[in-house]
Design a protein around this ligand. Structure first.
Ligand SMILES: [Mg+2]
Length: 159
């Protein structure tokens, strides 16, 4: 599923579709790249999901310190250096929380990390528009690839 912003999809909708674990990306999904602010709307969205008894975690390729600060802001577990699109970090989370891929939804702004990882792990995904136009150096390369047909194929072949 492709949406503009997180609030375009409600936690209730995900819950009603059997999702019990939400795996959020950090950079440009939760906070703009290079920035630690989290919009009130996003905080409220996470609180709503938690109220439904869903587990919400953040999974990011970022470093320890950024993960730690974000954890203090959003108050959900933040797993860092995930090496997305490798699915190993996601698998570890599924085992730790006891959920199947069918009960899991990955939400992120990048096809070649977030969506590809979701595809490898067999979970659902929601692709959101990046919060800012600034990206890390590696991401800039992926953004070019995202305009290719390969990206379209990855997005359209995942649930
Ligand atoms: Mg991102």
């Amino acid at each position: 599923m492709v949406i503009d912003k997180l609030s375009d999809i409600s936690p209730v909708f995900l819950y009603e579709n059997g999702i019990r674990l939400i795996v959020l990306d950090l950079d440009n999904t939760l906070s703009p790249y290079g920035n630690y602010t989290v919009e009130h709307e996003i905080k409220r969205w996470i609180a709503e999901a938690k109220k439904l008894n869903m587990d919400v975690v953040v999974l990011s390729n970022t470093w320890y310190l950024r993960a730690l600060i974000s954890k203090l802001i959003v108050k959900v577990p933040v797993y860092y250096m995930a090496l997305k699109p490798s699915p190993f970090a996601l698998w570890k989370i599924l085992i730790r929380y006891g959920y199947s891929p069918d009960e899991t939804c990955v939400i992120g702004d990048q096809v070649f990390t977030d969506v590809l990882m979701a595809r490898f792990a067999g979970t659902s995904f929601v692709l959101v528009k990046p919060l800012s136009r600034h990206d890390g150096p590696h991401t800039k390369i992926f953004r070019i690839l995202e305009r290719s047909f390969i990206a379209e194929k990855i997005v359209s072949s995942v649930k």
